[in-house]
Design a protein around this ligand. Structure first.
Ligand SMILES: Nc1ncnc2c1ncn2[C@@H]1O[C@H](COP(=O)(O)OP(=O)(O)O[C@H]2O[C@H](CO)[C@@H](O)[C@H](O)[C@H]2O)[C@@H](O)[C@H]1O
Length: 533
């Protein structure tokens, strides 16, 4: 088959751009307020984006990437600023910190200073300077031995409280930084969920958008934390933040925010079902019924470009398969793999149950027997790390494993691999498969969440329906067969590399949502809140 014939066969399904993400559904009653036209000049409304990770300083997973990219993508339309803890990586970074305020404590939450950092591309970041909570080694969530920090409730209670304190209108000491005060909070994951609660318990109506990047991490703590975090006892009910006798940060975010988003349309539907709802499916179904739940897909930023990425052994473009091959050779050397003409499979992932590494480990031998090789970079649960180390020891020269986190190596692997394995049990959006596609590596993934929305089976990757070893193996077998049909394989690569997951496409639905929730002239926040939700 010629290139053009294969391309024509694929053309019906090959996107030059992915379909625009949409808020589902937009309340009709507000649609006249929510018109966002490109030419319209709007005042730059102030929005505070509250996050526990920012890739400029510290990234554990996808939240760090989204926090670095989405506020920047929205800067053209809003005066977006970010709030995060001043972890050690922040205190030791090259960017000067100007201390601008002091925020009081509450119950066991200590007082702290508020600093401001100016990052490239005009992004202002507020940082919570509280060395007793944040200036330590390890990751934002775990100590160096991989255990959760035992004071995480206080650490992220501090973050949530700070966001609320900065937004509160009624406080005697209204926060302002040279005239800047947030009109809307955009909260992310359980670490920030309590912010919406602190506002409502103080009768403050500042609108909150709460984005769920991963429902599986909920921030659940014993009832003694009510007092320790200064949460009113009246909130500890099933209608409030109680979740089976425990205090839930995640539930606080869902209950007290005006609107909930998650990071793909499929995951937005999935979390209303028992299989994916982690016990919150009833509440989330109510949100969906009340039009308070939407799926807005993530994008990827422009740095993910194989033609300009300085980390790669060799820059390459579509159809420059010799250039891509140079990256494959480089990855083989990095991982001490034998010279080979078989396909190179890859994993770039946090090593946690969610990501289905058990299926990948079980499939590894068959990949090697069929003439393939496998490289893995990741870190996480010690049992998975050990199983991968064992695999490398069993198949020297065919399987290479790096336990650790390296942006450089991750980018080289996306560029050098032929296939990326993602048998995730669930995947709210997934960024790795989009990075892989951009770099001409075809994802082999479970049809779930954002994977189902971003991969077209047999065109831009491979999807399997049932999360079973057998179905995963069948998808791998298909990948081997396609690898043997060079024309078809290259056509799939071209299709994958042609997709542009631009943040621009996600910005429009976020703007619509912000616009709905911000108070239009003459409408009080209170009345709007009750119209919109
Ligand atoms: N060892 C390593 N070295 C270098 N880089 C590594 C790495 N391990 C992982 N990464 C990188 O970390 C990011 C992982 O992002 P994902 O979105 O794929 O998953 P994650 O589960 O962390 O994010 C959660 O939040 C995001 C954002 O909303 C959702 O897309 C996702 O579904 C949800 O589970 C990617 O940029 C990947 O390349």
């Amino acid at each position: 088959m010629s290139h053009s014939a294969v391309d024509a066969a694929l053309a019906h399904a090959t996107h030059a751009t992915r379909p625009a993400a949409s808020i589902t559904p937009i309340p009709d009653a507000l649609s006249h307020h929510s018109t966002v036209s490109a030419g319209q000049s709007e005042p730059a409304d102030p929005v505070l984006f509250v996050t526990s990770e920012l890739a400029d300083f510290v990234k554990v997973g996808g939240l760090g990437d989204v926090s670095a990219a989405l506020p920047r993508a929205l800067l053209n339309h809003y005066d977006m600023r970010v709030l995060m803890p001043a972890y050690r990586e922040v205190l030791e970074s090259i960017w000067p910190i100007h201390v601008i305020d002091h925020l009081p404590g509450l119950a066991d939450i200590p007082a702290c200073d508020l600093g401001r950092i100016e990052l490239p591309e005009g992004l202002t970041v507020y940082v919570l300077i509280c060395p007793e909570l944040y200036d330590r080694p390890g990751s934002p969530y775990l100590d160096e031995s991989g255990q959760e920090w035992e004071d995480n409730a206080i650490r992220f209670g501090r973050l949530s409280l700070a966001a609320a304190q900065m937004a509160m209108e009624s406080s005697g000491d209204r926060f302002e930084d040279q005239g800047w005060h947030p009109d809307l909070l955009h909260l992310h994951d359980w670490q920030t969920g309590l912010a919406a609660g602190y506002l409502r318990w103080n009768n403050d109506e500042t609108p909150c958008v709460y984005t769920i990047h991963n429902l599986a991490y909920q921030g659940l703590y014993g009832p003694e934390y009510l007092t320790r975090l200064g949460v009113p006892e009246s909130a500890f009910t099933p209608q409030g933040l109680e979740f089976y006798d425990r205090l839930s940060f995640m539930k606080a975010g869902i209950i007290y925010s005006n609107h909930i988003t998650t990071v793909s349309e499929t995951y937005a539907r999935e979390i209303t079902t028992p299989a994916f709802g982690c016990g919150l499916e009833g509440l989330l179904s109510d949100c969906a019924r009340d039009k308070r739940l939407s799926g807005i897909a993530n994008g990827i930023d422009d740095s993910w470009d194989p033609q300009t990425d300085a980390y790669l052994a060799c820059a390459f473009a579509t159809n420059d398969w010799a250039g891509k091959r140079a990256n494959t050779d480089h990855v083989r050397r990095m991982f001490r793999l034998a010279v080979s003409h078989g396909p190179l499979f890859a994993v770039v992932s946090r090593l946690v149950h969610q990501k289905g590494l058990d299926l990948t480990i079980a499939a590894a031998e068959s990949i090697v027997r069929a003439g393939g090789q496998l490289v893995v970079i990741g870190c996480g649960e010690p049992a998975i790390e050990n199983a991968l180390r064992n695999l490398e020891a069993r198949f020297p020269g065919a399987i290479g494993v790096h336990i650790g986190f390296s942006e450089r190596e991750a980018r080289c692997i996306f560029a050098g691999s032929d296939y990326l394995l993602m048998p995730s049990r669930f995947e709210p959006c997934g960024l790795s498969q989009m990075y892989a596609q951009r770099f001409g590596s075809l994802p082999i993934a479970h049809r779930t969440g954002g994977l189902a929305d971003t991969i077209e089976d047999g065109v831009t990757g491979f999807l399997f329906d049932e999360l079973s070893q057998q179905d995963f193996q069948k998808a791998i077998d298909r990948a081997f067969r396609i690898f043997g049909c060079t024309e078809l394989f290259y056509a799939m690569r071209r299709a994958a590399m042609a997709i542009h997951y631009q943040w621009r496409l996600s910005v429009t639905p976020y703007r619509r949502l912000y616009h709905q929730l911000m108070v239009p002239a003459g409408v009080t926040a209170h009345s709007l809140r009750h119209v919109s939700i």
